[in-house]
Design a protein around this ligand. Structure first.
Ligand SMILES: Nc1ncnc2c1ncn2[C@@H]1O[C@H](COP(=O)(O)OP(=O)(O)O)[C@@H](O)[C@H]1O
Ligand SMILES: [Mg+2]
Length: 348
């Protein structure tokens, strides 16, 4: 049975007609990206937004929504990395009263809240495999079944997915369903990292300086030295890190954002928790120390040497050997580190 209405037009408040947020888009790379977004916004095609953490995937999803005919309907974002496993299905599809212990009331999930608007499934790579199967069915059928119910509900939301992970790689490793990947990625939009579009850094400094002035209630001045420093910096945390650095510098230095304060407190390294992006920050050291750090990081991230070796596309025995050498005290006289050559050969 299909039910239109009771779930599909649930009680969400209508948002005030929204305006497109101020998006800095000066560099050729971002201009091309935004042209693509605006071109596809009107079509109901699934869109997959890719890019490192902090590049502006949320901003891109909102732009897609606000440039579409759905802009007067809700925009709902769900962070798949942040929802607890036990309640993930209910978060997406809702549940009926008595569906499980503690479910005292019927509750609509994200698909209901999004109505005929846009549903952003952020950090989609972190969706558990069993839910990936359910999501695929929902996208294929255009209907879903709330937890504990036997009634199919029609959904009208446009689904936009975002990830900072290499989804094709996860598909190859069996960690993401290939059919769902194809379903979600009809149009793929990659948001470039900030270091690939340094022309945006100046205008972003101006925008964030103005925002800092508003938030701190005091004049804020971004100096020429801050501009030079920011343009040279790698910004592994991308636009989010730049924004936080400006706010922090303005607050700590009486509104004067200069190069030293801007980069004084390094932004914390992006975490390697699920959902974080594929940037690894390596503490400065000798070549060998940095290689050892990288190897340990990759193993920790993947939870075992076998999985880490698969991710690095080398035999397990090779990785085990590299780790063993990385852990033996260095002989300063030998020059290059023990991993040299083999690591390079693996392209790691
Ligand atoms: N092009 C841009 N212009 C202005 N602000 C931006 C831009 N891109 C990102 N931001 C800001 O940077 C922060 C991180 O952006 P977000 O979309 O959340 O990144 P992501 O989802 O890729 O991690 C947000 O505060 C956002 O408003
Ligand atoms: Mg995001």
């Amino acid at each position: 049975m299909r039910l239109h209405g009771r779930w599909g037009t649930a009680t969400m408040a209508r948002p005030i007609p929204p305006s497109v947020p101020e998006v800095v888009c000066r560099s050729p790379a971002m201009r091309a990206t935004w042209r693509k977004l605006e071109r596809i916004a009107h079509f109901d095609l699934p869109v997959l937004l890719c890019g490192e953490t902090g590049v502006g995937k949320d901003v891109a999803a909102r732009t897609l929504h606000l440039r579409s005919a759905r802009r007067h309907e809700p925009f709902v974002a769900v962070n798949c990395a942040a929802i607890a496993r036990g309640v993930a299905e209910s978060e997406l599809f809702g549940h009926v009263r008595g569906a499980y212990t503690g479910a005292e009331r019927t509750r609509g999930g994200a698909f209901v809240r999004a109505g005929g608007g846009t549903l952003l499934l952020d950090e989609i790579a972190e969706l558990p495999l069993e839910l990936q199967a359910k999501l695929l069915r929902v996208l294929e059928n255009g209907t879903f079944v709330p937890v504990g119910s036997d009634v199919e509900v029609v959904h009208r939301a446009r689904v936009v997915a975002a990830t900072c992970r290499d989804l094709p790689r996860l598909v190859a490793e069996g960690r993401f369903r290939e059919d769902l990947y194809h379903r979600l990625s009809v149009v793929v939009v990659r948001i470039p990292a900030l270091r690939e579009r340094r022309e945006d850094i100046g205008p972003l400094l101006d925008a964030f300086g103005a925002e800092a002035a508003r938030r701190l209630g005091r004049p804020v001045h971004v100096t020429a030295s801050a501009r030079v420093a920011a343009e040279r910096h790698a910004w592994p945390g991308n636009v989010r890190a730049l924004k936080n650095a400006v706010l922090r510098a303005a607050a700590l230095n009486d509104g004067l954002v200069d190069g030293d304060v801007l980069l004084a407190e390094p932004a914390p390294a992006p975490s390697s928790a699920p959902g974080a992006c594929d940037v690894i920050v390596v503490p400065r050291g000798t070549y060998r120390e940095m290689q050892a750090h990288l190897l340990r990081h990759v193993v920790a991230e993947h939870g075992s040497i076998r999985r880490a070796a698969a991710a690095l596309a080398v035999p397990r025995s090779t990785l085990a050997e590299w780790l063993k050498r990385a852990d033996t005290p260095s002989r300063r006289t030998t020059g290059a580190g023990p991993c040299t050559g083999s690591l390079d050969a693996a392209g790691a």
